[in-house]
Design a protein around this ligand. Structure first.
Ligand SMILES: Nc1ncnc2c1ncn2[C@@H]1O[C@H](COP(=O)(O)OP(=O)(O)OP(=O)(O)O)[C@@H](O)[C@H]1O
Length: 291
């Protein structure tokens, strides 16, 4: 469905995307995660054909996306900053995107407007930040594009609206499976919906794995310093805290029955680390050159 092969991009000669390769062959919901400035938005803009790679090739449903209608008809890209014209009403915004998206589902669009309490006659410039985001979500889902790219689609949405969005995205995906690539800083909240994750770090793909395996990774071990040290052995430690005679460390191991058994035998407590903490640690480790 999408393919990037050795793609590079620079702003004013500062490299931002560095020899990036990444493919998705089947419909899937994939999360794009990375620290601020890692290159997620730039990567999405390249995929959406808003920018042209300096090197490498990008294919969207077999077509390079830059300035190419053949690729564009398969694409819907909702960017982080709201690109609506000041003179548009909500209904004008829908009409604009409907024109460019051959799989557009008007019934779904109208249902979604109701869910998010967006009035068709309201001027887009009078929408709050959250309501503008909601309008982008409506367009992103109603487009039913083969390749749907959503950059931070929960920015400005309150908890209730985010919950609605997650529910609607899953329902829309079940009805019309496609590739939904979604960047987020709220990974803990979004992770139950994701089937795979791409971690971008310093313009490169640090990880592309199924969520099932990533969800299990990263455990905290807490106990007497000697016991913890013995259990950890030569495992790489991501984070450690010492509290009196106790030590707490995070390691890159799965929450498996083997680890549970080993921890029990050593009298060490084992708990699953939050996904966000695990991801922060793997990117910290790269920053420190410990890879
Ligand atoms: N128009 C631009 N001109 C010059 N540099 C830019 C431009 N847009 C982004 N950059 C730089 O490119 C790098 C990657 O930015 P990008 O917006 O792609 O990252 P990001 O992962 O989406 O970040 P965030 O999570 O903060 O939104 C950053 O160092 C940023 O400062």
């Amino acid at each position: 469905m999408i393919s990037l092969s050795n793609v590079s991009y620079a702003y004013d000669e500062t490299p931002v995307i560095k020899s990036f390769s990444y493919d998705e062959y089947d419909p899937i919901i994939t999360g794009l995660w990375g620290r601020n400035g890692a290159g997620k938005t730039t990567l999405m803009k390249l995929l959406a054909g808003h920018q042209k790679p300096a090197e490498g090739t990008i294919k969207i449903m077999g077509h390079q996306p830059y300035n190419n209608e053949k690729a564009q008809k398969h694409l819907c890209y909702m960017q982080e900053d709201h690109p609506f014209s000041d003179i548009w009403t909500v209904s004008d915004a829908l009409r604009f995107y409907r024109y460019f998206n051959p799989n557009w589902n008007q019934n779904l669009a109208e249902q979604l407007l109701e869910t998010f309490r967006l009035h068709q006659k309201k001027k887009t410039k009078k929408l709050s930040t959250g309501m503008k985001t909601a309008l982008q979500v409506v367009i992103g889902l109603a487009s039913q594009a083969d390749v749907t790219i959503l950059d931070e689609p929960t920015n400005g949405l309150d908890a209730g609206m985010r919950k609605e969005f997650y529910k609607l995205m899953l329902a829309s995906y079940d009805a019309y499976p496609r590739l939904i690539l979604i960047s987020t800083h709220q990974i803990e909240e979004l992770q139950p919906l994701l089937e795979s994750i791409v971690v971008v770090h310093d313009g490169k793909p640090l990880m592309h794995e199924s969520m099932d395996s990533v969800r299990e990774r990263g455990i905290w071990l807490t106990g007497e310093i000697d016991k913890v040290n013995e259990l950890v052995g030569s495992q790489r430690v991501y984070e450690e805290n010492i509290m009196g005679s106790l030590k707490k460390v995070m390691i890159d191991a799965p929450l498996s029955s083997e680890w549970k058994e080993r921890a029990k035998l050593s009298g060490v407590t084992l708990e699953k680390a939050q996904l966000q903490d695990y991801l922060l640690n793997i990117t910290e480790r790269v920053k420190e050159g410990m890879r």
